[in-house]
Design a protein around this ligand. Sequence first.
Ligand code: GLU
Length: 496
Amino acid sequence: MRTRFAPSPTGFLHVGGLRTALYSFLIARQTKGTFLLRIEDTDQARSVPGTVENILKTLDWAGIRPDEGVVPDNGQVAQKGAKGPYIQSERQGLGLYRKYADELVAKGHAYPCFCTSQRLEEMRKTQEAKKQAPMYDRLCLKLSAEEVRKRIAAGEPHVIRLKVPHERTITFTDEIRGEMRFQGHTIDDQVLLKSDGFPTYHLAHVADDRLMEIDLVIRGEEWLSSLPKHLLLFEYLGWPPPKYAHVPLLLNKDRSKLSKRQSAVAAEDYIAKGYLPEALLNFLALLGWNPGTTQELFSMDELVEAFSLDRVQKAGAVFDTEKLDWLQGQWMRKIPLKEFTVRIRPIVAGAYPAAAADPAFEKKAALIRERITFFAEAPAMLGYFYEEPQPTVELLANEKQKVTKALLPGALQKIEEILREIPEKEWNEERVLAAVKAEVAKGEWKLGQLLWPLRASLTGRPFSPGAVEVACALAAERGTEAVFERLERGKAVATR
Ligand code: GLU
């Protein structure tokens, strides 16, 4: 299949757009077809310079590489393929869209409209006041051929509108929504060509999907109401329409339309936050698509294998960032330790230069791999290996672990005694944990009451790998005295 992603370069790539691109890409891969990228910039007023570069960079980051159309070339925007140009403003220069607008007028399926924006605005207000749906009132359809000719010859600005057949019912089968029916009289006479000679999206994309031989159009639900106009255009131009699949809207948790106010909507914001491409893609794939199994983690290859439009839901899909973070954690754990080490070392070294040449860095990295969500958290999670922690009494005591300030000195004393009894040579996680548990078994102390103050003394942080893991890592690197020194400092703070 030939599928396409056709963003308008209005500033950034919306996460919903990235999902549309992903679905289109998956179908192309699945069918050993072609995924094409086209830029729809006929609305020049809304085009923002630099967006195309951004879109290409984001798609590249995500591993969604166009086979044809607008493609990246060493950070530059290039075009590839025999059906170009693939940027609509360049196609416009070729007079390509005007030709179809003229053809539609000649066949009686479209007409020039001279109404000024002021008149249209007044009409809209009147309709609104009467609680009518906003629709062009067809004033210019009543003009005689002669008058139209004269006004055009006089250079009067005008647009070309589609003449929607009011008496017809337009039916269509959407790949996701099934059979759809649209009543002609409810459809507005859409502007096809603007007074500046540029086509609207409606005319431009229909012509381009035809000329670029697109088999399947996957796009957002917001276009569904325009579908009958597009189907009419295909019919009137004598072309078979492609298949269409309208994917569900993305919603905030409160089921309102996903908005900047509640979540980041630009894909690049998620990149900047440190999400892995695997995690974001996995998340977007599941936004509206249900694999029909309990599998939740999908690599791109697995998505190519498993994805199908008939398992995409019609209802809006809630953008649940907790799920995204969970997936992020899952994908983090999948990074092999060696690679994980390589990736976090420069980040940690940025805050703690000693990490750069630390021969035991991989061991430390292993401690946080199971807990980390973003690479950027690594310095905070490992910093205590490179600087002496400064625990406060507020941190050492912990209500949840039932460590009161009164209990704290005794708890630190106890854990020190337990650790001192283990000969240096025998220090390992199993042995140390067994010793603490043996004490807990006597009934006076709870596990958390001993381990929390130990962990807090060793790290000075509210979050870190477990107490026993940190103690053993410190002991292995610098000897058990390093552990006892930190415990002493904890005790001093606790009794101050
Ligand atoms: N240019 C349109 C947009 O950015 C594309 C819609 C479509 O895929 O047909 O929303």
